[in-house]
Ligand binder design. Sequence first.
Ligand code: DX5
Ligand code: ZN
Length: 218
Amino acid sequence: MPHIIAPSLLSADFARLAQAVEMVDASPAPWLHLDVMDGVFVPNISFGFPVIKAIRPLTRKVFDVHLMIVQPDAYITAFRDAGADRLTVHLEACTHLHRTVQAIKAAGMKAGVALNPHTPVHLLTDILGDLDQVILMSVNPGFGGQRFIPGTMRKLTALHDLRDAHQAPVMIEVDGGVAMDNAADLLARGADALVAGNSVFGAADPAEAIRAMSAIGA
Ligand code: DX5
Ligand code: ZN
């Protein structure tokens, strides 16, 4: 399967959100990454249901919603109703992670778990078979445009090995500081999807940036 580029709307110009979504819609990126932050789990507040709902009619691309919030269980069906196709929660925010993952799937979405940079991948051992995706955070969540944490490369290899050992059909997505200088290495180490915020929306030609990243290895 060719790799997936998931442009992160967090780095777009919020005064021209429709334009940004339409640019992604016309691009080869199959997913649009949407970062929801509550100011509690992470030290930033981004956007929520009204924004996701407002942009949903603008594209049929997969909405890959990354929840950086505490108590996500309370909002699962609300994110589904707003237009989420894939919903990822943080392991660090969920006491009853298995229950949360089942609730996401029961609501008709693909379920993901995200790991902060300090969280070891082996903590996923007993949930991996239930997941559609894992998001490996390669920055501390909360902001776009941060520097890639190099230790993520080692974690990616470890997660890839864990997936092989369990023969789990789970996708691996890397989120944070992804750009042309590390994308090929990440893909070679087994990443299936790459989130790209600043490297797309901060580029002189965002559509070209998506095209170039999508073409790696082609
Ligand atoms: C960070 C978010 C990321 C962010 C990535 O908390 O989860 O999705 O938008 O942005 P870049 O690609 O600029 O690091
Ligand atoms: Zn994200």
